[in-house]
Ligand binder design. Structure first.
Ligand SMILES: C=C(O[C@H]1C=CC=C(C(=O)O)[C@@H]1O)C(=O)O
Length: 461
């Protein structure tokens, strides 16, 4: 194990502490170093009894893994979410003491967080711990980028802190984390299940198709919740381990707040920015997987030529194109989608690439894009108004951006679908589908059932 260069961290801490004038002044100190191979999930598990708030992220390509534990700095907002977060982020970065000799995305000061689907919709008891927008800079962040490993230690210092003592305390926690803990093989059993009466939900789908036929709106995405009770408390690291095994090509994430944890394996990238190169994704239009290769191909071809699905998909393409055009240059969007297979489903997929213009950030792009018609509908305002009035669900963070950003304007956000809110021995799973004028309520219901599978299968279903 590579040990922290004690004197280097202590002198960085000391430098920051000496600058503080008033007793309640605080300053973030961030120290990054390269470390030996460390298992991100075992690091996550080792933090279980040390920190209350753990965060986990892998990109769909698994090029980047982030495991954050603890909160060195938090940012939250209920209104004007993007502006408030951006201002707090910039202020903190301007004042921080940073030692990070690596120009590697996802190292150094990284904020991990997410937001609710709709801040206007009233927040219910279910999601009470999750603010409309919330980001955290973890105390310890393990970054795996390609095959290199980095550890960043972030700490907020005060005037009366003692640098050497603090460095020693941090070193002891670091040792425990890097040692890791075996991820338990937790097998859950579902003892109770509840959901909205399917007939009632399909009735809402019918009302949506009526609304669309009456030309008030073109597409509305409707979601539903499945509430499960287990025989015991769920182990988050074990759920993540199973998602990593069963859901390739997906973003696997967890955002823990005390006893609640929002977990998922989503196939949908909202936006990635790396060294000003922007990548967004249109993912909408769905079909099941075939049981044989031949059947799979047939279904995939039918999906590609299906008018209803192509229309559903095109709403997303058009919206992303218009949403970001003023924020970037060199935008490239293929004329036709391709079919992208995932474990349980296949989707129509169109990648969008561009160059982010100087002066804009990933938060500016998210503000433009969220919610895309893959989760809200089209037009945005009308579809959201329908969802607010009829869906009878607190989506919380489901269907909203979740991800990370670093101090060099790199970042990546996925759309938090195929996800569940875990609460001790209970969980709420969410799934939705795009309703257009010819949607059949029964088929839409069946589609949401398949979309629940990625989470259901790792939760004892
Ligand atoms: C809303 C969900 O999926 C979206 C993403 C891909 C395909 C979709 C569809 O075909 O309806 C949905 O727009 C969900 O999985 O809960």
């Amino acid at each position: 194990m590579i040990e922290i260069k004690e004197d280097q961290l202590a002198s960085l801490l000391n430098g920051a502490i000496e600058q503080l004038q008033a007793e309640d002044d605080r300053r973030l100190v961030s120290f990054t170093k390269k470390i030996a191979t460390t298992n991100p999930l075992q690091f996550f598990e080792a933090a279980k009894h040390i920190f209350e708030n753990r965060t986990f992220w892998t990109s769909s390509s698994q090029m980047l893994w982030l495991t954050g534990v603890g909160n060195a700095f938090e940012m939250g907002a209920d209104k004007s979410r993007f502006e408030v977060i951006e201002a707090a982020w910039n202020k903190m970065l301007n004042e921080a003491y940073i030692h990070n000799p690596y120009e590697v995305p996802g190292t150094g000061i990284v904020a991990l967080g997410g937001m609710s689907f709709d801040p206007i919709n009233a927040q219910t008891e279910l999601w009470k711990k999750f603010r409309p927008s919330q980001f955290r800079v973890p105390e310890f962040l393990l970054t795996k980028y390609n095959s290199s490993y980095y550890l960043t230690i972030n700490v907020c210092v005060r005037k009366n802190d003692h640098a050497k003592q603090l460095a020693e305390e941090l070193r002891q926690i670091e040792q425990k984390l890097l040692l890791g803990q075996k991820v338990p093989d937790d097998i859950l059993h579902i003892v109770d299940e509840s959901e909205m009466d399917p007939e009632k939900w399909m009735d809402i789908v019918r009302q949506a198709t009526d609304e669309i036929r009456n030309q008030h709106v073109e597409k509305i995405v409707l979601a539903r919740e499945l509430r499960l009770t287990f025989n015991r408390h769920a182990e988050i690291s074990s759920i993540l381990n199973n998602l990593l095994k069963t859901q390739p090509n997906s973003y696997i994430f967890a955002y823990e707040i005390g006893d609640d944890c929002f977990v998922g394996a989503t196939p949908e990238r909202l936006v990635k920015v790396e060294k000003n190169k922007l990548l967004s994704t249109c993912l909408a239009g769905t079909a099941p997987r075939g049981k044989t290769e031949e059947e799979d191909m047939k279904i995939s071809e039918a999906l590609l030529n299906d008018e209803k699905n192509r229309q559903e998909h095109d709403f997303v393409v058009q919206m992303i194109k218009h949403g970001i055009k003023d924020y970037c240059t060199e935008m490239t969007i293929p004329e036709v989608p391709v079919v992208r297979p995932f474990k349980n489903l296949q989707h129509l997929y169109t990648p969008v690439t561009a160059q982010l213009r100087d002066g804009f950030t990933i938060l500016d792009i998210i503000k433009q894009l969220h919610p895309t018609p893959a989760l809200g509908g089209s037009p945005k305002a009308e579809s959201l108004a329908f969802i607010r009035e009829h869906e009878l669900l607190d989506r919380g963070w489901y269907g909203a951006p979740i991800g990370w950003m670093d101090s060099s304007n790199n970042g990546e956000f996925a759309v938090a679908i195929r996800s569940a809110l875990i609460q001790k021995n209970q969980a709420s799973l969410f799934a939705g589908c795009g309703v257009v004028k010819d949607s059949d309520p029964q088929s839409e219901y069946e589609e949401t059932k398949i979309k629940l599978l990625p989470m259901l299968t790792v939760l004892g279903g």
